[in-house]
Structure formats: C-alpha cells, structure tokens
Ligand binder design. Sequence first.
Ligand SMILES: O=CC(=O)O
Length: 322
Amino acid sequence: MREMLKMENAKVLVAGLAVRQLPELEKVCEVTFAPAGAGKDWYLANLGDFDALITGKLPVDQELLDAGKKLKIVSATGVGYDHIDVDYASSQGIIVSNCPASVMQPTAEMAFTLLLALSRKLALYNQEMRQENFLDTGLLENQGQSPVGKTLGIFGMGRIGKTLASYARTFGMNILYHNRHQLPEDEERALGVSYVPLADLLSQADYVSLNAPATAETYHVIDEAALSMMQPTAFLINTSRGSQVDEAALLRALKGKRIAGAGLDVFEEEPDFNKEFCQLDNVILTPHAGSATRESRRSVLKEASHNIVSFLVDGVPVNRVN
Ligand SMILES: O=CC(=O)O
C-alpha cells in the first residue's frame, strides 16, 4: 500500500462520468472532474497530480497507472472492475475498490425484467402494436409462458445472483445455481436455491441467467458446447459482461432456434455491438442498462466517494477488491 493515509486535501480525479458535483467528496477532498471527452493523452498528462481516481468507463491500464505516480486508490463506479488492471495496481500498492451495494438490486431487477419480458413476448407485442397490428393472442405462436413453476439457473451466486433468486422465489420459480464456491447449506435453504454442476444447470434450466464477474474463468462460458446443452425452449439472459458469451455461437443458436431466445444487456463489444442481433425477433436488447436507474446512479456516486474518503481520510479501505 502506498504511503500517506489520513491525508488532508487529498486530490481526487473523477473520470468518464457526466456528473460535475460530488458533495460528499468535495467536503473533504479537492475534486477535479476530467473534461468531457478527455482522451488517454489528457489522463497521461494529468493523472500524476492525483491521489485518487474515480473511474466510470475510463479503462485504467498499466500505462495510466504508471502515469498516476501519487495514486493510492482507484474506485470503479459499479460492481465490475474488468476495465482496471487490478493485478498491476496491486503490484504498485494501489488499492482498487468497487461499488457492489449500489448496483445489486437494479441489475437483478434488469435480469428479472428481461426474464418477464421474454416470457410474455413483450418485445413482439410492442413491435406489432407500433405497426398498428393487434395480434390474435388466440393463436399459440402469439402466446407467452408463465415463469411460475419454471426453473431459473443462475450462474454466479454473488449479491446480484442472490437478489435475483429472491425475486424469482416470489414468482414460484425453482432455482438452480452454479458458482465458484457452493454456499453454506443454511444460506442455500434460506435462499431456496440448489447447487448443481454447470452442465446440469444448462440442461435443466428454462432460463439461464449470467451473474458472474468477467474473469479468465468465465470468459466464453456460454460457448457452442454450453448452448447445445440448453433446452430448445430455454432463454439466455446476460446482465453481467459480454465476454461470458461467445456471440458468434449464440447468434448461430438463436438463428437455428436451438434455444428459444435471449435477453442481452451486455455485449462483447460496447457500444459498437454486433448488429446481427438486431435482425432476430427472439432477442431483447438493452444498452448495458442494468444499473441505469436514477436511484442507483445517485447511490453509486456516494458509494465511490465513501470508498475514497474512508481510505484517504480515515485510513480504512472499504469495498476493496485487491
Ligand atoms: O456494469 C455495471 C457494473 O459493473 O456495475
């Protein structure tokens, strides 16, 4: 850990965010908001002055961390920190923190929203109504399905997965999960979830929801082989990171109707996502909006500010990921 805890007048740079005020932070630190549209060169030239960095979407790579000669802490403004080179930060004694509390509920909400929307054919209905076509719901192909009594398979049982499980339980769903570590039995019982190997989750679930972090282990966890284990009536929901899905394989499965459909909030490339998805009527697409609620966006700024203040002023790192 770099020296200088309990600092006064710590200098904090806020990068890649639209906000221009962070009252909690400004009370105790000197806060600079990076100019809108600042490129990497701007950060390379200026980061050296700052003790802390709050980063929205700005990728914080080795070069940037080297430029941040005084940096002691970097805070992401969400739960994911795959845009930060955490290993290199650790090697330089720089703390990395995230904001899990602010995003767990809205992200689980988005996963469940996609689950309901896929189940009840919301995208199709809305599209047809806008074309002034009042579909005949007496026809089987225009009828959705109820999630009640269906099986949800959650891959990644952290805070978001657990919150999603609680929503699914109120809808009377059966819940399977797969995770790096199995939860203690009493927690499984309280959540009403059962641990299964990934292959069983894929083959038994009516809905597969991805809620694990982006790591080398989860890269392309949903590939051709995984998709071929899913039922032709099953839906895939991804609100975690696009890197977990081999999109070329998913497009083949969706086009061939080898799975029923997908709800995708995240993509391998963002914002320049694969437009082939737009041609398919068995997908619902949203723009990485899992935590895009006014409440969550306010809360995340407070949480990130708290990460910085706790460490620089009080000497206590919170939400530390390294
Ligand atoms: O993508 C959103 C987050 O990482 O919180």
